[in-house]
Design a protein around this ligand. Sequence first.
Ligand SMILES: [Mg+2]
Length: 263
Amino acid sequence: MRVKGVLFDLDGTLWFKGKVIEGANECLDWARKRGLKVRILTNTDTGTGEMLRERLIDDGLDVRPGEIYTPADAALTLVRQNPGKRFHFLVSRRLTSFFEPFSVASPPSDFVVVGDFRDNFSYERLNTAFRHLREGAQLVGLQKGKYLVRADGCYIDTGAFVAALEYASDKTARILGKPEKEFFSGCLAEMGLCADEVVMVGDSVTTDIEGAVRIGAAGILVKTGKYEPGDEARLATLPRWFEVTESVKQVPPVVERGMRAGV
Ligand SMILES: [Mg+2]
């Protein structure tokens, strides 16, 4: 395997319920020392990669500048690719401020971007987004997760609100996060690597491993976080090289073995 980079999922793979998963920092360190490019590809959509990094460092995860790629970073790319277009954002407070220079409050607009707005939720805000859609805007979801798990329990995720707006407006959202091909290719372009030069490591068959399949990358499923026994059997198509392992701790030897075998 000509591995030149490793894409890690964050939640449930490197970090879970506010704590660093055992072996995560050592694995990141191994990859960097091995000369492999590292990116943490997360569907966490409350902030940009740099915003998330501050919190993860506080939690003890050793993440370097520019290593995290979130759907909010992909949204910024979308904004830059569409100069002169009007955007309306239904996102967290922090991202609302971040995107303020590109944002319009009242319809009409060209794009409505929906992300995790748990700290900014109101019926009125949801309905304003709906009115933008009624007046012709395209619906964009930062991601389409159903629920997320935190230390104190489960929370309704962005996907449920995207689905509510799809239902009310009769529109289908364009999704920016995992497992969409566009999300991975945007990150790979930034890394300067091709899909067959990276391995995706994650705990979710439907987002991480499915994403690896879609772009033609190798995949390693870890049995931490959201993983449930038998998840791997749910994959209709396997990545071109696929391994299942206990946790991120075992990833370095698994990748080394793959590299030696020239898979
Ligand atoms: Mg995960």
